[in-house]
Write a protein that binds this ligand. Structure first.
Ligand code: GTP
Ligand code: MG
Length: 206
């Protein structure tokens, strides 16, 4: 899929104030600093559409970007940034959870996992919470340019193995690097296919 336009639309803390209308949207979530905003810039081929930072906790709002005038990318705040303090962390958790549970336009949730690390409890807990709430999701392993040789396979398989033990079916997953543009085509194709399916469904219903 070609990205012919990518425009920042709005940021807010309240799911009820997110854009109205029924354009499908694709949200990106994951631990603070996992690379959500960088991935959004890589996918859209825009250097600074979403704000990135080496300091965790850069994205604190629900950010909507309109793509090709007919679908949205949503950059969400990261979870699990301990330094932020209890109250602030709770506020963020509420923003994230309300969005995920209430946003009907959310066509797919991408959960980003840092490929450099062994399976992290915070990610496993989050994925479990999605399961309990029957929210379908797709995994994207990030920062794969930082790994050598077999490390990538070892880390991704360790995470997937835990999921295999918990679920009957593995969710779809991709590997990515925002530095090297790994996964760009695959992830955009995946989104395009969902967009097409949704369009066909709309046409049949009208
Ligand atoms: P918050 O908004 O704070 O939750 O973080 P985020 O998940 O949006 O992460 P962000 O995209 O801001 O990236 C965090 C840091 O990781 C930045 O210093 C990025 O340059 C770096 N980074 C992100 N993706 C990659 C990648 O694919 N490869 C490498 N080497 N670094 C990356
Ligand atoms: Mg961010």
């Amino acid at each position: 899929m070609e990205i012919s336009s990518a425009d920042y639309i709005i940021s807010n803390t309240d799911v009820k104030k997110c854009p109205t209308g029924n354009f499908p949207e694709y949200a990106f979530i994951g631990r603070s600093n996992v690379g959500k905003s960088s991935l959004i810039n890589m996918l859209t081929g825009r250097k600074s559409l979403a704000m990135t930072s080496s300091t965790p906790g850069k994205t604190l709002l629900i950010n909507h970007f309109l793509i090709n005038k007919n679908w949205y990318i949503v950059d969400l705040p990261g979870y699990g940034f301990a330094k932020r303090g209890k109250k602030a962390q709770e506020d963020l958790r509420k923003i994230i959870e309300d969005y995920i549970l209430e946003r009907e336009q959310m066509s797919n949730l991408f959960v980003l996992i840092d490929s450099r690390l062994e399976p992290q409890k915070i990610d496993l807990d989050f994925v479990e919470w999605l399961g309990e709430n029957t929210i379908p999701f797709t995994i994207i392993f990030t920062k794969t340019d930082k790994l050598k040789g077999r490390e990538l396979k070892t880390n991704t398989e360790a995470f997937l193995d835990i999921l295999r033990g918990q679920w009957e079916e593995l969710p779809p997953y991709f590997i990515s690097s925002s530095e090297k543009k790994t996964g760009q085509k695959e992830i955009l194709n995946f989104i395009e296919n969902i967009n097409k399916k949704l369009k066909n469904k709309d046409n049949k219903n009208s």
